[in-house]
Design a binder for this molecule. Structure first.
Ligand SMILES: NC(=O)c1ccc[n+]([C@@H]2O[C@H](COP(=O)([O-])OP(=O)(O)OC[C@H]3O[C@@H](n4cnc5c(N)ncnc54)[C@H](O)[C@@H]3O)[C@@H](O)[C@H]2O)c1
Ligand SMILES: [Zn+2]
Ligand SMILES: [Zn+2]
Length: 346
């Protein structure tokens, strides 16, 4: 089969690889229809993810058709169209039992990190019963790749962790795919104010189209003041950090209202200051999490019922033969007005 392989710092190549086979009774092999590129894949290219070594097939997001199943796989049959979750989970270990499936003792984020991933004609998915989801025929498979990671992350690590409430105020810092997914799923909870912050005017314009009530470009002056003015100086009840750098987490600490919640979604690579001297008496909480992707069945139902429109998240598609161009486009997302970039195998 053809596969997109990480061949060393900064490089991906389309190479011939052996088609994967079932190795455990709980595995399934999936023929990929569409796979999407994630910011995390770019981190692997930069050598930021030590587990991911050259020779690895990239990708933890995708939609496909079940090609073969191990004898212990439930719910899934050969020929079923499925969404692949970014997290694999056994459902039985002490973390799965508590719903923290991201830390499954034999699963978690493995695809495209410890084992070959989805950016290939076929992928082996461990713990297939819980790591694959039947994809209803009414959902466009080209758009559904955004449900592998971006939407569960935006909803679970952003919206639910920051306790978005009807009539509440929300600020989302970072208008990438994850911030946008937080925006779209926050709307389901009917807050009265959602403000999106980014440096990129194109993304802020997209955010307004996706339903943000206001946007603030933080490259301009007086960002803090402009944001506080939108809440009559009170700050925001729900603050979602979806970038992953010290300056944006600092901004979140300044924007949280008394009694509010900060949800950190961003992946941080350097230490970040926590200003307890200004926060200790504000009755706030700070939540941080790796996505469990346990909300995926709910998200699928929301899309199926028309309550959640995921159609605008994947902005670019490339045929598999142009997979390296797909990476180049995603690397320069802003200049291509790209959010999520997908690779098509059909
Ligand atoms: N916690 C989890 O389980 C989980 C899962 C998936 C992704 N993530 C993380 O979530 C974060 C967002 O993911 P994404 O795919 O949307 O990333 P992205 O890089 O596409 O988007 C980040 C956005 O932040 C903006 N930005 C950068 N610096 C800024 C600044 N100083 N002020 C305001 N905006 C700024 C960028 O312009 C961009 O639009 C990343 O850190 C990613 O690694 C976390
Ligand atoms: Zn991802
Ligand atoms: Zn487990």
């Amino acid at each position: 089969m053809k596969a997109l392989v990480y061949t060393g710092p900064g490089t991906v190549e389309v190479l011939d690889r052996l088609k994967p086979t079932i190795q455990a009774a709980t595995d399934a092999v999936v023929r990929i229809l569409h796979a999407s590129i994630c910011g995390t894949d770019l981190h692997i290219l930069k050598n930021d993810v030590p587990d991911a070594q050259p020779g690895l097939v990239l990708g933890h997001e995708g939609v496909g058709v079940v090609d073969s199943v191990g004898s212990a796989v439930q719910r899934m049959q050969v020929g079923d169209r499925v969404l692949i979750s970014c997290m694999t989970s056994c459902g039985a270990c002490r973390y799965c039992e508590r719903g923290i499936t991201a830390h499954c003792l034999t699963g978690g984020w493995r695809l495209g990190k410890n084992i070959d991933g989805t950016q290939a004609e076929y992928v082996r998915v461990p713990h297939a019963t819980l790591s694959l989801h039947p994809l209803p025929s009414s959902i466009d498979p080209r758009a559904a790749v955004a449900l592998s990671d971006a939407f569960p992350t935006g909803l679970e690590c952003g919206v639910l962790s920051s306790n978005v409430q009807p009539g509440g105020s929300v600020v989302i810092v970072g208008a990438g795919p994850v911030g946008m997914a937080a925006l779209l799923t926050a709307r389901l909870y009917t807050p009265s104010l959602i403000v999106m912050v980014d440096l990129d005017e194109t993304r802020l314009e997209m955010a307004r189209k996706f339903g943000a009530h206001a946007t603030v470009n933080s490259s301009g002056p007086d960002t803090q003041q402009r944001l506080m003015d939108l809440t009559q100086g009170e700050g925001f009840d729900s603050v979602i950090e979806a970038v992953g750098i010290p300056v944006t987490f600092a901004m979140c600490q300044q924007l949280v209202a008394i009694g509010g919640r900060i949800a950190n979604v961003g992946v941080h690579g350097t230490s970040v200051d926590l200003h307890l001297e200004t926060l200790w008496d504000r009755n706030i909480s700070i939540h941080m999490s790796l996505v469990n992707a346990t909300s995926t069945p709910r998200l699928l139902r929301l899309v199926e019922s028309g309550m959640l429109d995921i159609g605008s998240m994947v902005t670019h598609h490339f045929p598999f033969t142009e997979a390296t161009t797909a990476y180049d486009t995603f690397k320069a997302a802003s200049s291509h007005q790209a959010l999520k970039v997908a690779i098509d195998f059909v």
